[in-house]
Design a protein. Structure first.
Lengths: 393, 253
């Protein structure tokens, strides 16, 4: 059994490309070319070079001594927070901008929620001198002013999504509509392992550098490539997909996915898709999503804007449904406390998204000899206001 | 014979109207359909509103949002349409996105549609291959015609695949765009209309997206069987209310 996508983009029963015909030529062009392009030596060379010199890879695999002592197990942090722009998102945008160039596209569109993917996209567009339009919900624009300013400084146009609930899912709808209206010259850089095939697989492949590095770094430090557990937070799920990728088909490696419970699973304000979602179609993919009984997509909630998505990538829906992955939900309060704890114990302020992953240490007991790799997907600078408000700092 | 196929045999250019069920008021659905028939409309597309209509422009998005706020949902739409065949005889198509149909259950949805007297479905995000592999037999069992879309970017090869999978008409999207009124059709569209006509497809084509008045209707139907108006009709309802349907239809032909 494999937990990767098949040729049609299915992970078990999840995935595929449920798109209107208007999007068929665009996604088909990508589907027919993405693997071939990614395997071209010239593509690989440029991708690797940029990851090294521009993003700052490899990111360290750091043994968190004090944290390990507290929880009586061996905890390593994969330091994606040290990537240029502050999170793993840039691994994907570097890959996709090179893909867009190979496909001869001269205009980039993207969606963003909190603005991290928007910033990562605006960054690579500046790097390549390509026009960039980022769709962002009107409400998110108001909540995330610093990231809006960053995108503007980087030369991107930020267009407010005014439809629906005016947040991430609507920004995604607007980006898709833009692509329908500009099918020839535009490439759509999706920010997570969501959307129609081939996006979930393509984004997972670009992010797979995370687990590729974990393997050789762990070999150097511990003499073995495989940890006992890999832990990552899941909104759409791109950092998790990258952290799990090379361990998916190895049953000796436990996969732990951490979702945002918001104010609690039963509070009506949550983003724990594996618990609250049902199978359906969102943004062109068959997956688990939060919806009404009638099939209308509902608005999730989490204190962390990056986990605030009503669906989950089809890879993760399959990991959940098949039992391969262990899914744990963490509330706002638990995540915030974990974020503060990591700051004080390790001198690292994590993003609130990543803080969710750390909070499972209070829920799940590991053996002293276990090696647990936690993907520290982003840094907390962007969340300072939220931390200040929450802890009255 | 399905009412759609019968209608397609008539020697005239067909006018099809799309509206969003539950808009402007929750209970307007039946009245709108009856008035459209009275005013000589050939075919009606009843929009089942969806929270995330990603192929639609602002007008239909907004009508969908309002319809959902008004309380429209799948079961209610079926209830409203329960006796529609007592008063209406033109072909009726339900148009919507796949997720609400999927949640209702594709077979249950098709069964209810047949019981009511619905003739076909248009589900833009149900792709051809998934339809053929998983759902075609269900549509056939309940006598429903599935209508596929093509666009100016659709290759001739794929158009032929779609033509052979169709048994009614092909919904020909006029330009690379979401729904909504355009100024008119330029040379590019005219070329596209001619190209499709020259393919001599088995299924007639009805043009949609960007049709709002007599001029665009006539342009669109020069080499096709008919045209669909959606956004312009919804705008008219928003401005003039449901008692003004005849003035809108008269302004088209």
């Amino acid at each position: 059994m494999t937990y990767n996508a098949d040729e049609r983009g299915y992970y078990g029963e999840f995935g595929g490309a449920f798109i209107p015909e208007m999007l068929y030529p665009n996604t088909e062009e990508l589907r027919q070319n993405y693997i071939r392009i990614m395997e071209e030596p010239s593509f690989k060379k440029e991708f690797d070079q940029l990851l090294k010199d521009y993003v700052g890879r490899p990111t360290p695999l750091y043994f968190a001594k004090r944290l390990s002592k507290k929880y009586n197990t061996k905890i390593y942090l994969k330091r994606e927070d040290l990537c240029h722009t502050g999170a793993h998102k840039v691994n994907n945008t570097i890959g996709q901008i090179l893909m867009a160039k190979k496909l001869g596209k001269n205009r980039i569109i993207a969606e963003t929620g909190a603005g991290q993917h928007g910033v990562a996209t605006a960054t690579v567009c500046a790097l390549m001198g390509i026009e960039c339009v980022v769709y962002m919900g009107e409400i998110d624009i108001a909540r995330q002013a610093p990231n809006v300013a960053r995108m503007k400084m980087l030369g991107a146009e930020v267009r407010p999504a005014l439809s629906g609930s005016r947040t991430l899912k609507d920004a995604t709808n607007e980006a898709i509509r833009d692509w329908i209206n500009n099918p020839v010259d535009t490439h759509y850089i999706i920010g997570s392992v969501v959307g129609p095939h081939p996006y979930p697989d393509m984004v997972a492949r670009f992010q797979s550098i995370i687990s590729e590095e974990i393997k050789w770094q762990l070999k150097e430090k511990e003499g073995r490539e495989n940890p006992d557990y890999v832990v990552a937070c899941v909104g759409g799920g791109s950092n998790a997909a990258g952290a799990y990728y090379h361990f998916l088909d190895n049953p000796d490696v436990g996969i732990v996915a951490v979702e945002a419970a918001g104010k609690g699973i039963d509070s009506g304000e949550s983003a724990a898709t594996s618990v609250l979602g049902k199978v359906g179609i969102i943004h062109g993919s068959k997956t688990l999503l939060m919806q009404t009984q009638d099939g209308q997509i509902t608005e999730p909630y989490s204190i962390s804007a990056g986990l605030d998505y009503p669906g989950v990538g089809p890879m993760h829906a399959h990991l959940f449904r098949s039992g391969r992955g262990e899914f744990i939900s963490i509330t706002d309060d638990e995540a915030m406390k974990a974020g503060l704890l990591i700051s004080k114990l390790e001198g690292i302020i994590p993003a609130i998204e990543s803080s969710h992953a750390f909070a499972i240490l209070e829920h799940k007991a590991f053996n002293p000899e276990d090696i647990v790799v936690i993907n520290l997907s982003g840094r907390g600078d962007k969340d300072l206001d939220t931390f200040i408000d929450y802890f009255k700092l | 014979m399905n009412r759609i196929n019968q209608k397609l045999k008539e020697q005239k250019k067909l006018l099809s109207i799309y509206f969003t069920a539950g808009y402007p008021k929750l209970e307007d659905t039946v009245k709108i359909i009856e008035d459209l028939e009275k005013n000589g409309v050939d075919l009606v597309e009843i929009g089942l509103p969806f929270s995330d209509p990603l192929a639609d422009g602002p007008t239909i998005q907004e009508s969908s949002t309002i319809a959902l706020e008004n309380g429209m949902h799948t079961e209610l739409l079926f209830k409203q349409l329960k006796d529609i065949r007592k008063s209406v005889s033109i072909p009726l198509i339900i148009m919507g996105y796949f997720n609400p149909v999927f949640q209702y259950g594709v077979e249950a949805f098709c069964k209810r549609s047949q019981e009511i007297g619905i003739d076909g479905l248009i589900l833009p995000d149900l792709p051809l291959d998934v339809y053929q592999n998983e759902y075609e037999h269900i549509f056939k069992k309940y006598g429903l015609i599935n209508v596929f879309l093509i666009t100016p970017q659709t290759s001739d090869e794929r158009i032929e695949q779609i033509d052979s999978a169709s048994d009614g008409f092909i919904y020909m999207v006029s330009s690379a765009s979401t729904t909504g009124a355009k100024e008119g059709f330029g040379e590019e569209q005219q070329e596209y209309f001619k190209r499709i006509a020259s393919l001599k497809l088995a299924n007639p084509q009805i043009v949609g997206f960007g049709i709002s008045n007599t001029k665009t209707f006539n342009q669109a139907t020069q080499s096709s069987k008919g045209a669909i108006i959606g956004s312009a009709f919804i705008k008219h309802l928003a401005k003039n209310g449901v008692d003004s349907i005849s003035s809108f239809i008269k302004s088209i032909r």
